[in-house]
Design a protein around this ligand. Structure first.
Ligand code: ADP
Length: 284
């Protein structure tokens, strides 16, 4: 599924999240602006401590933002009370927690875990085996208790259980972090098939750029609580900040290191401006 002309499924404006530690305020998010279109796969990447998990937790409604606005799958998150949010989280959007055991009941079978999320209303066109086929769990594993299956199969079961609630958006925190090699590939393939066959929008935190690439994702790089880069299919988008500064993509920063003096002037048309190294050539 490709992003269409419909309104964004996720809109984040001016998001700020401040933690207080021993009387000191730490800004984990400092004015995040983000829109995600229906059907996109977005990878949130960046160094440890950048604010990725905080952003995912705020998007999931697991944490109220200090300031800003979050709209996700038709819900204005900051305006919801906990009960409404819990219902929305179980249907319009789903959260795959990093610790896979928290997503599942280990003594129930794979199939029973997926049945738990099945909506009361009949879903057209797909049944539980259809969901298990999408994540590619072999039929002989389906009656097995979750505690008896491999880590990768557990993660696939957790993905199937979240898909069973028919979410528009799947929020996943490091979905491959405890896996390696072919197991990682099994999980990225399952997420890709969910996106393509069910139209599920996916926002996944990952520290692994190979995972982002395998998901053919729009890659959003977060650093110091801000979106630093937004890259899709070879194009990198950066946003001019409120103070007028512009976070340069790494390749440009390699060419124009911090401290380089440049002149800036409007270009020949409304879509261009010209940056020139003091005494150097134009860069548009
Ligand atoms: P990432 O997921 O990119 O590693 P986090 O969102 O976990 O980043 O953290 C962003 C910043 O917020 C870090 O400086 C971290 O120390 C701080 N932080 C995260 N969670 C808490 C918390 N519960 N209490 C206080 N500070 C926190």
């Amino acid at each position: 599924m490709t992003p269409g002309d419909t309104p964004p499924i996720v809109t984040v404006e001016g998001l700020v999240q401040i933690y207080s530690i021993e009387g000191q305020d730490v800004a984990a998010l400092s004015g995040v602006i983000l829109t995600v279109q229906r059907g996109e796969i977005v990878a949130l990447v960046g160094p440890s401590g950048a604010g990725k998990s905080t952003l995912l937790n705020v998007l999931a409604g697991l944490m109220s933002p200090s300031a800003g606005r979050v709209r996700l799958a038709g819900h204005e998150l900051s305006a919801k009370n906990a009960a409404v949010l819990d219902r929305a989280r179980g249907s319009d959007f789903a959260v795959l927690l990093q610790d896979v055991t928290r997503n599942l009941l280990p003594y129930l079978s794979v199939r029973q875990n997926v049945e738990l999320g099945w909506p009361k209303s009949v879903r057209a066109g797909i049944d539980i085996d259809g969901i298990l086929d999408i994540v590619d769990i072999a039929p002989d594993l389906r009656p097995q208790p979750v505690r008896a299956i491999s880590g990768a199969a557990r993660q696939l079961t957790a993905i199937a259980a979240t898909l069973a609630t028919n979410p528009s958006v799947l929020l996943a925190d490091e979905p491959t972090s405890s896996l390696a090699g072919a197991e990682v590939r099994a999980v990225t393939d399952a997420i890709l098939r969910a996106n393509r066959e069910l139209g599920t929008t996916v926002i996944a935190v990952t520290h692994d750029l190979d995972v982002a690439t395998a998901l053919d994702a729009r890659i959003i790089t977060i650093r110091d609580g801000r979106i630093r880069m937004d890259a899709r299919a070879g194009n990198t988008l950066v946003s001019i900040r409120e103070d007028g500064s512009l976070p340069l993509p790494d390749d440009v920063l390699g060419q124009f290191p911090a401290g380089t003096q440049v002149t800036v002037r409007p270009g020949e048309d409304a879509d261009t401006f010209v940056v020139r190294r003091a005494g150097g050539d134009d860069h548009r």
